[in-house]
Design a protein around this ligand. Sequence first.
Ligand code: 9MG
Length: 293
Amino acid sequence: MPGSIEPALAYRCGAYTFALTRPLVMGILNVTPDSFSDGGRFVDRERAVAHAGRMRDDGADLIDVGGESSRPGASPVSESEELDRVLPLVETLARAGYPLAVDTRKPAVMRAVAAAGAAMINDIEALTAPGAIEACAQSGMGVCLMHMQREPRTMQAAPEYGDVVADVLAFLETRVRACLAAGIARERIAIDPGFGFGKTLAHNLQLLRSMGTLAATGYPVVAGLSRKSSLGALTGRGVDERMPASVAAALAAVARGAAMVRVHDVRETVDALRVWCAVEGKAAWEPALLRAR
Ligand code: 9MG
C-alpha cells in the first residue's frame, strides 16, 4: 500500500489525535427518515443530541453523523436536504467538544461540516466525487475511504468479484494513492472494506476473515457490520434483534486487525472489547484521545 510502512500508531482527524493502542469505537447517529436500523428515530435535533451524549457516556470515541441513508435501495438526497439535516447538529455537537465524523459523499457538505468543526469524513464512495478529495485535503479532517460496488440503489443486485479481497484491496490502494497525491497526510487516512455494500454474505465473510490482509497495509481499518443483513442471514434475527450478532462481528473484526468499529450498540460493544483487550493482555482500557487542539 502506498505510503505505509509500519502500522499506524495514531489516527489524526481535524483537531483530534487518537491512539491506536486499543480499538476505537465510532457510534452511529443517523439523522435520516429512512436508514435501515434507526431510520426516523433521531431526526428530531434534541433526540439526536441526547443520543450522542448517551453514546459518548457509553464509551464512543467518535460519533458518525449521517444525513443520507446508504441502505440497499436508498435514493440519494439533495445537497440542501442533507445540509439541513446534518449541519445544525454538527455545529451543536462540535461546539460541545464531540469528535465527529460525517458520513457524506458530497464535497459541499464536506466543506460545510469542516467549517463547523467536524473531525473526519466517512465516505462510502471513498472521495470519488469530483472535488471531494480537495475538500478534505484543504480542511485537515481525517478520512475513511470505503469500498462499495456500484451505488446504494443497485449495489445488492448480484454483486460479483474475481477475488473479493484482492479487488477491494486494489480499489482502496488506488484511493489511498489519490489522497496522498492530493496532500492528505498518511496519518489521516483510514480504509474500510464496506461490508454489505455490493457484497453477498459469502463476500462479507471472506472479507472479515481476511481483515488481516487489509490491516497489513498499515492503514487503520474500519469495520462496519452493526445490525447488517448478513448478520440477519446468519442468525435469522430481525434488524432490532441483532445486537449480540453485531457485538460478535465487531469482536471478530478487531481480533483480525480492525482498528475501529462503527456500531449502533456502543455500550455492549465497548464492554465486549474491554474484555477481549484484557484477555489479549493489552494495556488497560484508557481514553484513546491523545490530543484535542
Ligand atoms: C455509512 N456507513 C454505513 N455502513 C458503513 C460501513 O460499513 N463503513 C463505513 N465507513 N460507513 C458506513
